[in-house]
Structure formats: C-alpha cells, structure tokens
Design a protein. Structure first.
Ligand code: GAL
Length: 416
C-alpha cells in the first residue's frame, strides 16, 4: 500500500530534493509525544546539539505512528523529506525501493555495526546490503502492566493464562475497578489482539498465520479461539475508551483507577516519568500465555537523501550517535525498551528490562522471537492495515468468533 500510494504520487510529481534545513541541521520526524517518549527523544536532541548539530523537531502526535506516516508521505512526494524519520520494519525496504533513502554504510562500517547488532535487527536496517537506517531500541510488545494495590483490594491475582485473565478480571470488575485500561484506537485494538494471538496460539501459529500469512493456519480453529478470547475482553473495558490515547490508559493503571493494561514497554516510560518503581508500585509480566515468547518492535530512524553536504554530515553524525553506548543506555532507560546494541552493561536497567533482555535471548533460541504485526515489523502496510480493520471492527461490535475469523481471512487475502 505504501509503495503503491507513494509510487503514484512520485509519477505525478517529479521529485526534487530541496535543502530546506539550515547547514548542519537535522530535521527529524517522529511520533514521540507522551511523557516517557518525549524525554527519550529529547536526549538525542541534547547529544546532537552537544556536537554542533541543530535539531528541528518534526513531531506528529498519534500513538503507533499512523498519522506520522501519512505526513511523511506527503512531505516526501513534494520533494522535501526530513533528514531522518522514524520508519520501521518492512517499510524501510519499501522506502528504499522507491529511491528515497541515503546510505550510511560508511558510518556503519567504521563503527562495526554488523558486530554491534543482532542479525534480526541489522537485516532490517539495510537496503540492498547497505545500512539506510539506525535502530534506537528493542521494544517487547507482549506485556501486561498491573497495579498490585488494585489487585490486592479486589482479592485477585495476576493472570498468566487467558482463561485465568477472565476469572481475575471479573473479580476486579466486581470490586468496582476497571479491569482493562484500554484506548479504543485501531492500533491499540490490534496490540491487544496480537497478545491474544500469541497467548492462545503460541509462537509457531503466530509465525505461520501472521508473519508468513499461511492461509491454512489463518483459516483454522485456533484463529476462531483467538477471536473468542478477544471478544471476551470487551466486557472489561470502560465506556469511555473510544479514542483514548494509550498513555492516558497507562495513567489509569498508575493512579489505581484500572488494574491492567496490555501494551508494549513504552508504557514503562510513563510509570518511570511518574516516579513509580517496578515490583512495588507496578508489576510487569508477559501478557497471558506468552512467558516463553517475545513480539519485537524495533524503533529506527531511516535517513533520507540530502543534497546539502553539511546536512549529509549532520545526518551521519546522527547515525553515529544513535549506536553510541551512552545514547543507547539513557534513551532506553527513559523509553522502557532495551538497547538494540549488544553487550551493554545491565546494571542501571530495572527488573522489567532484565526480563526483556533475558526473554529476547531465550526466545530467539526456542523460536519464540516473533515480529510484531501490530507495530509494523512483520507484514506490509497493506496487510497490517487489513488486520487492524478486522480487529477494531470486531472489538467494537458483537460479531461472532466464526465471523471474525472469516473476515480476517478475506481481508488478509485481498491485501496480499
Ligand atoms: C510504537 C513505537 C513505540 C511507541 C508506540 C506508541 O509503534 O514503536 O516507540 O512510541 O508506538 O506511540
């Protein structure tokens, strides 16, 4: 979909890359506007300014980045792309194929990125064998965030399976709390759906059905079971959820209005900014049934071709900074993720980050390390858009599980 929509515009307008930025300036597109996110990206700005590179902020609010990607497309087709943009996963290849991206391979070679990054990360950062993007982190998406005080008051325990989730969530609801803090936005619905897919079906099914798009796996009893569980969650979400931002949902867990949120570990950034400590003020556990698995979501900046040589230098300075160990540490302490760079000291990271680091390594050995389809890591934009639509329509209706499955199969098939 990205390729088609951009290619159509490129054909209509001849692309002139105009130097819109000042000398030695980077204009950076991202969607990090929540408390924890803003603190994280501010550190990149600070580091670059310390090196004489000025920062032109191009923040487009909207969790999950859909709005940011729409704005990026229009800037790119008008011949004025930013210096760098937060682009992830298979989309990097699509932008590369369209000829927009600049090689930063010399920076990568000088700084030995091939040996600093896990293969699963470095592969995605290259187009045509050359680095065109730099990874800032690895987020784990399959997390459950819980307020232990609310659990205590409701006499509930933290669930480790989806069957148990339903039992505990009922207790929480009966005690007068919101069991599941959730924002009714398509990408958040897809994030919860993804956790159910992984917890109910396991990583092998997840990989077959939602990464390889194997129609037999997708059109199976397991998918129907996934929809059944996903549908049961509707009753635990409050009536004000439509349109709510993810960080507002996180704040409901922080302030004890709600018991749980299913969200990637950018949610931890919000707990940290609020001065909360893991293990005492909040609890992080793998989302139900997924302790042996890890849905990964690697944030990265892709670099756009620049005609001005000073800006090319600034762009390379940014690329180099991103893989620096100081940046990888501080950024990830704030963001809730773990460093993309291997061999980093663990001592300043908290227990949630340690769990994530351990799960990243162990799941890679057991086949449980899978790319997040809800966060642009697994399939094309067209297919993930189709999954978003089905998940969100299903969650906001009383469609049966059998019908949900049917709609998913049809939508994915037509988007492929
Ligand atoms: C994800 C992104 C994260 C976080 C989240 C909410 O797609 O990878 O870094 O920002 O959206 O906006």
């Amino acid at each position: 979909m990205l390729k088609k929509s951009i290619a159509a515009c490129v054909a209509a307008a001849s692309v002139v890359i105009a130097p819109m930025t000042q000398a030695s300036e980077v204009e950076v597109l991202h969607w990090w506007t929540s408390g924890g996110e803003a603190k994280s990206v501010a550190y990149l700005k600070e580091r670059l300014e310390g090196k004489g590179v000025s920062w032109k902020d191009f923040a487009v609010a909207g969790g999950g980045g859909e709005n940011a990607m729409t704005v990026l497309k229009s800037r790119a087709v008008s011949g004025n792309p930013p210096t760098a943009a937060q682009i992830k996963g298979p989309s990097i290849q699509e932008w590369g194929e369209l000829g927009f991206l600049a090689s930063i391979d010399d920076v990568a070679k000088t700084n030995k990125w091939d040996s600093l990054l896990p293969g699963v990360v470095s592969d995605v950062m290259k187009y045509d064998g050359k680095y065109v993007a730099a990874p800032v982190n690895v987020h784990r998406v399959n997390w459950l965030w819980a307020n232990p005080e609310v659990f205590k008051k409701a006499g509930a325990s933290i669930p480790t399976t989806w069957a148990d989730f339903i039992v505990q969530a009922k207790k929480i609801k009966d005690a007068g709390y919101i069991a599941l803090a959730h924002g009714g936005q398509a990408w958040q619905d897809a994030t919860v759906f993804e956790a159910v897919v992984l917890g109910v079906g396991g990583p092998e099914y997840y990989q077959k059905a939602f990464v390889e798009l194997d129609m037999k796996a997708l059109d199976s009893k397991t998918t129907e079971e996934v929809f059944k569980v996903f549908g049961e969650l509707r009753q635990f979400v409050d009536a004000n959820s439509p349109g709510r931002d993810w960080n507002v949902a996180t704040s409901m867990v922080i302030n004890g209005e709600a018991a749980m949120q299913i969200m990637g570990d950018w949610a931890k950034g919000e707990f940290v900014v609020a001065g909360k400590k893991p293990g005492t003020d909040f609890v992080c556990v793998a989302s139900p049934g997924t302790s042996n698995a890890f849905t990964f979501n690697v944030d990265s900046f892709a670099f756009f071709k620049q005609s001005d040589s000073e800006n090319q230098k600034a762009q390379k300075a940014m690329a180099q900074e991103i893989l620096g160990s100081d940046f990888q540490k501080v950024f990830n302490l704030n963001k809730g993720s773990i460093p993309a760079r291997l061999g980093m000291a663990r001592d300043e990271f908290d227990t949630c980050a340690h769990d994530s680091m351990n799960a990243f390594v162990s799941s890679a050995q057991t086949g449980g390390l899978v790319p997040s389809f809800a966060h642009g890591m697994a399939v094309s934009e067209a297919v993930s858009g189709a999954i978003y639509d089905v998940a969100t329509n299903y969650f906001n209706s009383d469609t049966s599980a059998a019908e949900g499955k049917k709609q998913l199969v049809a939508a994915v098939q037509s988007a492929m």
